[in-house]
Design a protein around this ligand. Structure first.
Ligand code: ZN
Length: 147
């Protein structure tokens, strides 16, 4: 049954894979590039990659909008990585460099960074501006995921 599997977008080649829910936690590989679908690390995406993941992933996508010149963003990076280890494979964590993806940042009206945004089914359901620690990122994401 279709409800027993999910579309998971590969973080390496961006192919959409169909993965059984039961197999999510068993380190599934991509059917195309054969690399792990979950590495425990946030995936750096450009605008096209972001659109693909948000539109096709049936996992919630948690996005860290950041920029290299932003001190609080750099400080939050290891916290976001720790959150990825905790939240995968139930959620996909990605990073978007707003200096490179300026059109995307403008379209989504990202007014300050870092900004976290959670997308479910292609739709933004929650947003949080300002840096958080790993435990707070996990708590925030889970509280909105189940909402
Ligand atoms: Zn792949």
């Amino acid at each position: 049954m279709s409800t027993d599997s999910l579309h998971v977008v590969c973080p390496h080649c961006h192919t959409t894979n169909r993965v059984a829910r039961d197999a999510l936690s068993q380190a599934p590989d991509c059917g195309k590039c054969h690399r792990p679908l979950f590495s425990g690390l946030p995936v750096a995406l450009d605008e096209a990659g972001f659109e693909r993941h948000v539109a096709r992933s049936q996992l919630p996508v948690l996005v860290d909008f950041w920029a290299p010149w932003c001190g609080p963003c750099r400080a939050m990076a290891p916290q976001f990585e720790a959150a990825a280890r905790e939240l995968e494979p139930g959620m996909r964590l990605v990073k978007v460099n707003t200096e490179e993806a300026q059109a995307l940042g403008a379209r989504l009206q990202i007014r300050s960074i870092p900004t976290l945004a959670l997308f479910v089914g292609g739709r933004e359901i929650a947003r949080q501006a300002g840096a958080l620690g790993a435990a707070d990122i996990v708590r925030w994401a889970r509280s909105h995921q189940s909402a």
